[in-house]
Design a protein around this ligand. Structure first.
Ligand code: CTP
Length: 411
């Protein structure tokens, strides 16, 4: 399932290197993979290899991480659609069977409440040992998917059962588990259009009117929407944020370009989220050549209002849910409620800017989500990824209150 997140746990086995192939092939299918490793796994393949392949930090031990607040077990567990152990050693299977949590991967196992898959790999005598078979039976009885090891040459040179299933077969088994999880994809069948980042309005080829938006909040909304099953188009101003998987990204520079792309794509969208920090003004007469300082010590520029994209989008509304953002420096709720009415949005995500832990240039946010039916929920302080999920939950809840089903559910 494109946009799904797999938590891949690698444990100590010679077959650990095959987990790299599993990771790659999952990525080919649009799945995002995060890796946690046991200490012994790190003796076979370096965590650095998995970090480079996955594009995420790899966790071996939760207790010695420099920034533990960024990667709590609970968050990794909550954000993943499935927990897969590839390869699974006899020792790790025993820990899972008994519920032991003495390192990061085994703690994650207990913190995770979704579907679990285990692909064992070990020597034949170990695999056939009654203790291992009893543990595997226990996992099976709990609903864990077991990818049966195959018969073949083993690390010791012996030949027998216990060899890790072929990576492609492991990937197929993981994909089957992901497809069985529709409850976690409440946006399936929906088109979500998101704008993100600042816009730049040029005075001349090297000078711009802009703002400090990084785009992270809008990117987090796009990423969360994909994970929850939506088809997502992201219209992005200039940012340095990594491109999320399975999102169609359209890059723009100024407010007028953003306006054109948003209006063009809004026609097909069920939900439109204007998270971009659009510049409110632009120079009336930008010049094509770089301005020289020689003109004097002061300079005056005439600026004009940019088009208000949100206000134009409201004309298209229909069953579309239109979500704006409000960046305010004070009187957050009153000003945002006024903005919601003035701009004709269904929901508005209000956040204070300039207070340190929220708004521009920070990884966390704290917001109030208001809707036109009088609803009011707060989210955070939390990472922007978590805030994004709260925003999408609020949108779904609003649509349900209005009786608007997703196209898939409407059937
Ligand atoms: N917005 C827009 N087009 C603009 C300016 C803003 O679509 N030219 C959108 C933003 O993407 C955001 C919402 O309008 O979703 C509110 O933006 P904000 O800057 O908070 O408010 P303004 O409309 O600029 O109003 P004010 O300057 O009075 O706060």
């Amino acid at each position: 399932m494109p946009g799904s997140r797999v938590l891949l746990v690698v444990t100590g086995s010679v077959a650990a290197y095959k987990a790299c192939e599993v990771l790659r092939r999952l990525q080919d299918r649009g799945v995002e993979v995060r890796v946690a490793m046991t200490k012994n796994a790190g003796k076979f393949v370096s965590p650095l290899t998995f970090a480079a392949l996955s594009g995420h930090r790899v966790l071996v031990n939760s207790f010695d991480d420099e920034r533990p607040e960024r990667i709590p077990h609970v968050r990794w567990a909550e954000e993943s659609d499935t927990f897969c152990v590839v390869p699974a050693s006899a020792d790790f299977i025993a820990k899972m069977a008994l519920g032991i949590a003495d390192d990061f991967p085994s703690t994650l196992h207990l913190a995770f409440d979704g579907p679990v898959l285990v692909a064992p790999a070990m020597e034949d005598q170990m695999w056939q040992h009654p203790a291992v078979q009893e543990n595997v039976d226990k996992l099976r009885a709990r609903g864990v998917a077991i990818v049966q090891p195959t018969i073949g040459p083993l690390a010791s040179g012996r030949h027998g059962p216990g060899r890790l299933a072929e990576p492609l077969n492991v990937v197929d088994a993981i994909m089957e588990v992901l497809i069985m999880e529709p409850a976690k994809r409440p946006l399936a069948g929906m088109q979500v259009l998101v704008s993100a980042g600042p816009t730049r309005e040029h005075f001349d080829p090297v000078r711009v009117l802009t703002n400090p938006s990084t785009g992270r909040m809008g990117y987090a909304v796009a990423e969360a929407a994909v994970r929850l099953g939506a088809d997502v188009v992201l219209v992005s101003g200039p940012t340095q944020v990594a491109e999320p998987f399975e999102v169609e990204i359209i890059r723009v520079t100024n407010a007028e370009e953003m306006r054109c792309e948003m209006l063009a794509h809004a026609a097909l969208a069920d939900v439109v989220v204007m998270a971009a920090a659009v510049s409110d003004f632009r120079p009336v007469a930008p010049v094509p050549e770089k301005l020289k300082k020689a003109a004097g010590d002061t300079m005056s520029w005439k600026v004009e209002r940019t088009p208000d994209i949100l206000e134009e989008l409201r004309q298209l509304r229909g069953n579309r849910t239109l979500v704006g953002f409000a960046a305010e420096t004070s009187n957050l709720e009153a000003r945002s409620r006024e903005k919601l009415d003035r701009k004709g949005c269904d929901l508005i995500v209000a956040n204070l800017v300039g207070t340190g832990g929220t708004g521009f240039e920070v990884e966390t946010n704290e917001v109030v989500i208001l809707d036109r039916l009088g609803g009011n929920v707060t989210a955070g302080p939390a990472l922007k990824a978590d805030i994004a999920t709260s925003i999408l939950d609020a949108i779904l809840e609003f649509r349900q209150r209005l009786g608007i089903a997703s196209p898939e559910k409407a059937g």
